[in-house]
Structures are given as C-alpha cells and as structure tokens.
Design a protein around this ligand. Structure first.
Ligand code: ADP
Length: 375
C-alpha cells in the first residue's frame, strides 16, 4: 500500500490557482522532495498533507487512510493525522528546556509519565543531543536547535515526516553536514519523508525521488539521476543544474537522430532524441556544461558536433576551470580540468549528451542572461 497518496490536488487562494492538479504517490520509507522556485506551491502542498491547509479539490491518504477527500466530504484534523513536522523556523518554545519542548506534543497526546520519559530519551538519542536535555533553546547553536525540532517531530513516532526547508537557516558549511546527517538518520529510521526545498543540490543529494514544481504545476517526478540527466522540459533542465540553451530548426531526422541548424551560427548539430519532432520545427537544444569538451583549434577533430569558438572568460573554481566561449551571439559555459586554453578553440559534444525540446522558449531569466553577450 502506498504510504502517501496525493490525488488531483487543487488549491485556490481567493481566485488565484496555487495548486493545479498535483498528483503523486510516495512509497513507504521513501525520501521524497518537492523542489521548485519560491512561490510555486511546495509549502501549500505540504500543508495540505499536514492538515494546515484545506485543498479546494482532491484527496490525500496516508497508509490507505483518507485524510482529506473533497468529494466524499472527509477532513481529518491535523492533530489526528500523526505526522511529524519541522519548519524552517524550528518554532521551539523559548521558555522551555529541550526536554519540555519534547514533552509538549506527548502531553497533548496524553502519554503517561514513564512513556514520556522514555520517548524523550529515545528521540534525543536519535539526534545525538541527550546531553543537552536541560538547556534552553537560546543556549543552543542553530544546528542543535534544528536537531531538537527534529527530535520533537519524531518523539511521538509519526507515520510520516514532513520537512519544510529545515536546513535553510544554517550557514553553508553546517547545512552540508546537516544534510549528510539527516540523510543517514532518515535511512536508519526508514521513515517516509516529504521534504520541501528550493535548493537543487539539497534535493539531488538527499532524495530517493524528486517532484519538480513550477507555478502550481508538476513538471516532472523522478530519481535525482533521471531529473538531472533526462529533464522532461527545458525549464526543468534550467532549474536543476546549469545548462546551455540554443535555439534552432530541425533540418533533418532519421529515427532518433535529429539534425538541428542553430540560429546563432547556422552550424548544424546532431542530437539523438526521443519525442515527436517534425522537420522544420523550431526547437531548443540544451547541453550541460560538463558534457561539452574543449580542444585547441590546432588539434584536428573529426566527426559530428565540432563547433568553432573562442575563449571569452576563464575562471578557476578549485577543482576545475569554468570557461565562457563565444558561439555566434551566445556565451557557452563549459567546465574543463585544463586551465591553459585560450583564443580559438573547438567545442565538441556527443549527440547522446544533448537534449532536444520543442519550441524556442529560453527557460529562465538567468539562462537568458547567459546567452547574451554584451555588445
Ligand atoms: P513555495 O512553498 O513553493 O514557496 P507556497 O506554497 O508557500 O510556495 O505559495 C504558493 C503561492 O500561494 C504563492 O504565490 C503564495 O504567495 C500563495 N499563498 C501561500 N499561502 C497563502 C495564503 N495563506 N493566502 C494567500 N496566498 C497564499
């Protein structure tokens, strides 16, 4: 039985449609992430699961038990859903010690004194904070407060854990440590987890599966690898990781092998693509920076997809160099271990490594800026 089933969820605030037919199933024990830009409806979806918002239409069931079903008039209040929640703000009670913070949800659930003590001890043990049980929240670091919030969400053994940007108040270094730690804890506990973030790195590193959302719509659901390597739309490609985009026209096609004439240079590139493309159609080609190789112009390269370019910018970023290359009116981003490239170079890519999408919309503002060389 699926652990969390969200079916055809719609939500309106006033007459604004914030969720449009959101539909997904989370398996038992899965770490499932809702990823998307700010305002796309991630928290609203999570809040509908938690019972903090009522959907306008649709249904949600956990472990086969319906929590909300607008057609059948079912609505289970938050406190009867037995879900653990952690918010970005942690929302610890400042006047209570760590132990008292954890005791609160147990008191609400009328746990006995002995049961309470044992549960508080277990939950603090899980997050490695037993030694701080008598401290007040202001006596703890940000990372420790975040763990207390997590312990408080786990203390009554919830069936599902709901986490809304729980790491975003931590600084970069701590956030990375907390990420690894959270992943390990979730795996050890085997608890079904719904995680909300706008941070693609966080989503890729933590999740079993990711649901990418834009403007209240579900764009793609898949494993981190599927989302990164086979983004369903150019928007997903632009949002998850960096990507170069080129517009063009489909000149020729033979089965999966498509030939595209790029608008900016007139060069013809070959791309292996699935999908319904017709000759003459306007298309967008997307290529990840790491899928592009640079070779000096002096070295002769035979084969398809060899483009003549020139180095505009080069920056050293520790493990590699990031290059900006001129291709017609575009700047192409490429990464390379070689820091010595300059002047005229060739850009080479494998036809299997480019992605092809219908239409010529360049997905994001950032991508658009990347593509424009200042005059
Ligand atoms: P995300 O979590 O992806 O940042 P939210 O789910 O918080 O997005 O919000 C989605 C949209 O709904 C936003 O445009 C937001 O302004 C709007 N919204 C959220 N909560 C309310 C509310 N209580 N009343 C009106 N509009 C809301």
């Amino acid at each position: 039985m699926p652990e969390v089933r969200v079916s055809h969820l719609f939500k309106k605030f006033g007459n604004v449609n914030v969720l449009n037919d959101i539909d997904f199933t989370i398996n038992e024990g899965e770490f499932f992430t809702l990823l998307g830009p700010s305002g796309c409806g991630k928290s609203t979806t999570l809040n509908c699961i938690a019972g903090l918002e009522q959907p306008t239409a649709g249904s949600i069931a956990v472990g086969g038990t319906p929590f909300v079903d607008t057609e059948r008039g079912i609505y289970v209040p938050t406190e009867e859903r037995n879900l653990g929640m952690v918010f970005q703000s942690y929302a610890l009670w400042p006047q209570m010690t760590v132990s008292k913070n954890l005791a609160m949800p147990l008191s609400i659930r009328r746990a006995s004194r002995g049961d309470k003590a044992e549960r508080i001890h277990d939950a603090l043990d899980k997050v490695g904070l037993s030694h701080l049980k008598d401290r007040y929240p202001h006596e703890l670091s940000g990372g420790q407060q975040q763990r207390v919030a997590l312990a408080r969400a786990l203390v009554y053994s919830p069936s599902v854990l709901l986490l809304d940007e729980p790491l975003s108040n931590l600084d970069a270094k701590l956030r990375e440590q907390a990420r690894a730690w959270l992943k390990r804890l979730q795996e050890d506990l085997g608890i079904t987890t719904v995680y909300v973030t706008h941070d693609q790195d966080e989503a890729l590193s933590l999740s079993d599966r990711i649901a990418v959302m834009f403007e209240g719509h579900m764009a793609q659901i898949g494993t981190p690898k599927e989302i990164y390597e086979r983004p369903a739309t150019a928007h997903v490609a632009a949002f998850v990781g960096s990507c170069n985009f080129f517009t063009g026209k489909l000149e020729n096609r033979n089965g999966r092998i498509c030939q595209v004439r790029l608008d900016n240079t007139g060069a013809i590139v070959t791309i292996v693509a699935d999908g319904d493309f017709t000759i003459g159609q306007e298309v967008t080609v997307a290529i990840r920076p790491e899928k592009l190789a640079i070779t000096p112009e002096a070295i002769d390269v035979a084969g398809v997809n060899v483009l003549h370019t020139e180095v505009l910018t080069r920056s050293y970023v520790g493990s590699r160099y990031e290059y900006g290359l001129r291709l017609g009116r575009n700047v192409v981003q490429v990464v390379s271990a070689d820091g010595g490239l300059d002047g005229a170079v060739r850009l080479v890519f494998d036809p299997e490594d480019a992605l092809l999408y219908p239409g010529v919309t360049i997905p994001s503002q950032e991508a658009q800026e990347l593509m424009t060389v200042s005059a």
